[in-house]
Design a protein around this ligand. Structure first.
Ligand SMILES: Nc1ncnc2c1ncn2[C@@H]1O[C@H](COP(=O)(O)OP(=O)(O)OP(=O)(O)O)[C@@H](O)[C@H]1O
Length: 223
């Protein structure tokens, strides 16, 4: 018998809408360990809605989301929060760093919340990986936009997530910086053993992450 590894993300028959407006109508996705994908789709096609359903920030109208063998759907908000913290690293466009804390303290907090409390040395090593070794003690308001983005990437990785999801990480960046951020996401995901899903309408990323999941107006196809 052929044994198959458990997918990091398995979505079946996922449907969600707002009011009477259907947005996601039967999404099917399976992502395996270490397979990085772009989640493409025009503005309004439901990329953020899908990310929220994957990460348990909303309970979809129908269908199932399973993360690394554990159901995200059909569970209480508290159980969804716990699963998200233990398995998923999220990087949103608004970076959501805690302004009163230094970069290092932000990572400590994220580590504790994910159930992976860690040491200053491990945090500083992770920050050094993204070129922020010299900014450990800075508060978020003193970081440039690019530095804050790298801090958010490090924070998402602190719990060694099985699945790393970035929502539009490069749309506001010029070509050089878009390349830099996308390469950093791929390198850090690989180094930490995370599967990467990058939601974007930035077609420039296709050359770095050729596998795509495309969200059409009301359906999804995985080539
Ligand atoms: N909480 C909400 N209540 C009502 N409608 C919503 C809500 N959230 C999103 N929508 C609508 O659902 C549709 C999909 O939104 P979503 O943000 O998921 O798309 P997107 O593909 O991420 O778009 P963009 O690329 O512009 O960020 C849009 O038409 C949006 O206006």
């Amino acid at each position: 018998m052929i044994s198959r590894a458990t997918p990091v993300l398995a979505i079946t028959g996922l449907k969600h809408g707002y009011g009477h407006k259907p947005i996601l109508t039967g999404v099917e996705i399976e992502l395996n360990e270490g397979a990085h994908h772009l989640l493409l789709g025009p503005s309004g096609s439901g990329k953020t809605t899908l990310i929220h359903a994957i990460s348990g920030l909303l309970e979809p109208d129908d269908g199932s989301v399973v993360i690394d063998g554990e159901a995200m759907t059909g569970r209480s908000p508290a159980a969804r929060d716990a699963l998200r913290r233990s398995k998923i690293g999220l990087i949103f466009q608004s970076l959501r760093l805690v302004s009163a804390l230094t970069v290092r303290e932000n990572l400590h907090l994220a580590g504790r919340l994910s159930g992976h409390p860690t040491t200053d040395a491990a945090i500083d090593a992770l920050l050094a990986q993204v070129g922020l070794g010299h900014r450990c003690s800075a508060k978020p308001r003193h970081l440039s936009q690019g530095e804050a983005q790298r801090a958010a990437i490090s924070r998402a990785l602190i719990g060694k997530p099985r699945l790393l999801i970035a929502d539009e990480p490069t749309s506001a960046l010029d070509d050089e910086n878009a390349d830099r951020v996308a390469s950093l996401l791929i390198e850090t995901a690989d180094r930490n053993g995370s599967t990467l899903l990058v939601a974007t309408h930035d077609q420039r990323l296709k050359k770095l992450i050729p596998r795509t999941v495309t969200l059409l107006s009301q359906s999804i196809a995985v080539p």
